[in-house]
Design a protein around this ligand. Sequence first.
Ligand SMILES: C[S@@+](CC[C@H](N)C(=O)[O-])C[C@H]1O[C@@H](n2cnc3c(N)ncnc32)[C@H](O)[C@@H]1O
Length: 330
Amino acid sequence: MFDWCEGYERLATVVEATLELAGEGRENLARSGREDITRVLDVGCGTSTLAASLWASCRRRVHAVDVDPAVIEAMRESHAGCDGLTWEVVDLTAAGDALGQGVFDVAIDKGTLDFLICSGIRPVLDALASVRRSLREDGVLLVVSIHPLGLWQALFAALAASAPALGFDELASWSLEAQSADSARTGIDEATVRKNPTSALALRRRSQEEADSLEVDRVSSDQLFAAAEAAAGAALDKHFAVEAPLLTPRREASLRADFAAALAAAGEGVTRLAASEAHRVLFPSSAEQAEYPLDLFLEDLTAQERSATSSSGGISLSLAEAIDFLTLNQ
Ligand SMILES: C[S@@+](CC[C@H](N)C(=O)[O-])C[C@H]1O[C@@H](n2cnc3c(N)ncnc32)[C@H](O)[C@@H]1O
């Protein structure tokens, strides 16, 4: 068993809130004339405990899919006899209508979009299109990710604007501070885990009526995908360039210049910046400072021994130490 980002225990409140947003156990399920059982899709289940934990309350039918036949076989075997918990091999990027239409109340993705986005926007859009179709109108998608919330918010906002028929509207978001204990389970080093709290975003599937009212059927789905791909691509580029920048050669040159200017301003012959000043230079935007505040920076510097401590106890960094720190922690 392996769980990406979080096990069920720490996610339970987020998942319960999402089920509530989808109207679990409430009038709207009754109104639709169905039995009071929520149908949940686990999007790329892996060997996570999520599907079985969701099913265990008996109020839910859970259908878990994954592209990996060995994973599905193993999960099916180890959960044999669990009535209402089903497993299926599905490639979400080429699923078409394989998941059915309007079948699920809630779809939960934990880490599969994280995986797919490594190969670009298109696989993410393909998967989202099948998941969207499989959800009932106004059904809810929960995305749980190691990436910052801003990344998914930018992507879904771009999608909603450029391709309403693929669109989801944000309902709620959560940011779960990562715990160092999780690093053993995820295999990601502790500094990275601490820097990247798990984000969770609940979104509502737009109804067909809304999509139709936006006359999206006048454009072909290829045109729609091209527009969505371009808009989501631009949103992600902006995210990585402005809000969570990577240490590109251009950014390194500009940081070097800013660091040198701050040293010069501190006085002649000064070669080190106090950690608080270095933090301001290295993470200049308010978004970066909110995502990676000074106290975490100090903790990481201490843990990684990448700074010097003066006799007065203050931590400081040279330019070389600062660049080393960014290279290792980006
Ligand atoms: C990062 S793991 C997350 C697994 C699980 N949801 C969890 O929380 O631990 C990504 C999962 O997505 C599955 N996956 C990757 N590409 C897929 C695709 N095209 N269709 C369906 N599943 C896919 C992988 O097999 C893997 O189990």
